[in-house]
Design a binder for this molecule. Structure first.
Ligand code: SME
Length: 162
């Protein structure tokens, strides 16, 4: 059985992401089912981060994002390219860090508690597979260290099933 180490939040960001990457590799080891792996990673992220109220995936299907495995409150199901923070990450094919969601034009409020957000595209050989979206009830929760740490995490997740 996988043991979730909830003491991770006590670590500085560099150590936190180092540990989180190791835990992700252990969690996904030997399993190649995409939905199972995304579901387990969404749970791992939700339970490992402090000050996070939503963590999960949207999958790119027939030219729009469709809700995938997540932890948190029920969320909007379909997001078009260019809409909200997720759609911006799709359009730019790049990570988007939003310090204040209320100041982001077109932000889609799935949970009114959300104040800041980070969205990382899932890209494989240039093809878009979806996005990882994490929301926080705290302003400016995510910075460049989170961007780098989560981009590496997405690489580990992708390698588990593509
Ligand atoms: N806030 C996102 C929508 C998804 S929910 O936060 C889960 C956005 O603006 O794209």
């Amino acid at each position: 059985m996988f043991q979730l180490d909830e003491s991770l939040t006590a670590l500085d960001k560099t150590s936190f992401y180092k540990e989180l990457h190791v835990q992700t590799e252990h969690l996904l080891y030997g399993e190649r089912d995409m939905i199972a792996n995304l579901a387990n990673v969404a749970s791992l992220l939700y339970h490992s981060f402090s000050e996070v109220n939503w963590a999960g995936f949207y999958l790119w299907k027939e030219n729009e994002l469709v809700l995938g495995p997540f932890n948190g409150k029920p969320a909007c199901v379909r997001i078009a390219s260019g809409r909200g923070v997720c759609g911006a990450a799709v359009e730019r094919r790049a990570t988007v860090v939003v310090e204040d969601v209320e100041a982001f034009p077109g932000h889609i409020a799935c949970d009114s508690a959300s104040r800041s957000e980070i969205v990382i595209p899932l890209l494989h050989n240039g093809a878009l597979l979806g996005v990882l979206d994490i929301d926080s009830p705290v302003h400016s929760r995510f910075d460049n260290d989170d961007k780098q740490g989560l981009e590496r995490l997405v690489e580990i997740v992708l390698a588990s099933f593509v």
